[in-house]
Design a protein around this ligand. Structure first.
Ligand code: HEC
Length: 176
């Protein structure tokens, strides 16, 4: 064997060992229990859209695909899910203060309108999560309506960035 192919083999073996080794790093793929605090009773249509496009990251009912068991993809997924849940969790929706709900619905309108949610990388591999213009409009109309029903007085609404000061985490910007 030439010197060169000897090295190539060593590098390939080395990578194989690393690839196998990282599989043992624990990844949290748990689905916590779902509180029976339904989200502002959305219609069947809204519920279906949220389930198809958002629930994998924003609920405790995540469907973990096979590649969620393979590092390093598993790390990325677990990170999206834990960050997504901490920002917005439809499974525990009813447990938060109305002013936080109000703020989340406001963010939702912006993210859906601007095509930032669902995450592009997710929509790429989950065709059922790609929202049509009509589905976007349905979500936005629902969120606006839900905000109106919450009726949080203007002077009590959370502004962008205010959430963390009020003791709750996350405003959508990355803070780590
Ligand atoms: C693949 C995972 C994933 C999917 C699917 C997903 N999100 Fe997100 N979402 C995240 C992550 C991660 C964040 C936090 C980082 C950010 O804001 O970009 C986030 C943030 C948000 C926020 C901001 C909350 C705040 O207070 O700033 C809203 C609102 C939101 N998502 C709504 C949605 C909606 C609505 C859908 C479905 C149409 C959706 N997301 C689908 C992962 C996801």
């Amino acid at each position: 064997m030439s010197k060169r192919s000897g090295w190539t083999l060593k590098i390939i073996l080395g990578l194989a060992v690393v690839a196998a080794g990282i599989q043992f790093i624990p990844v949290d793929r748990s689905n916590p229990p779902v509180a029976q605090s339904a989200l502002a009773a959305p219609s069947q249509e809204v519920g279906d859209i949220l389930r198809a496009a958002c629930y994998d990251c924003h609920s405790n009912e995540t469907t973990w695909p096979w590649y969620s068991r393979v590092a390093p993809a598993s790390w990325l997924l677990a990170d999206h899910v834990s960050e997504g849940r901490s920002e917005l969790n439809f499974s525990t929706w009813g447990e938060q203060q109305p002013r936080r709900m109000d703020h989340k619905l406001e963010e939702l309108v912006e993210k859906v309108r601007d095509g930032e949610m669902p995450l592009k990388s997710y929509a790429l591999i989950h065709p059922q999560a790609r929202l049509t213009d009509e589905e976007r409009q349905v979500l936005i109309a629902w969120a606006r309506d839900a905000r109106a029903q919450l009726d949080v007085p203007a002077d009590q609404r959370l502004e962008h960035g205010e959430e963390r000061e009020s003791g709750e985490r996350g405003t959508g910007e990355r803070d780590r």
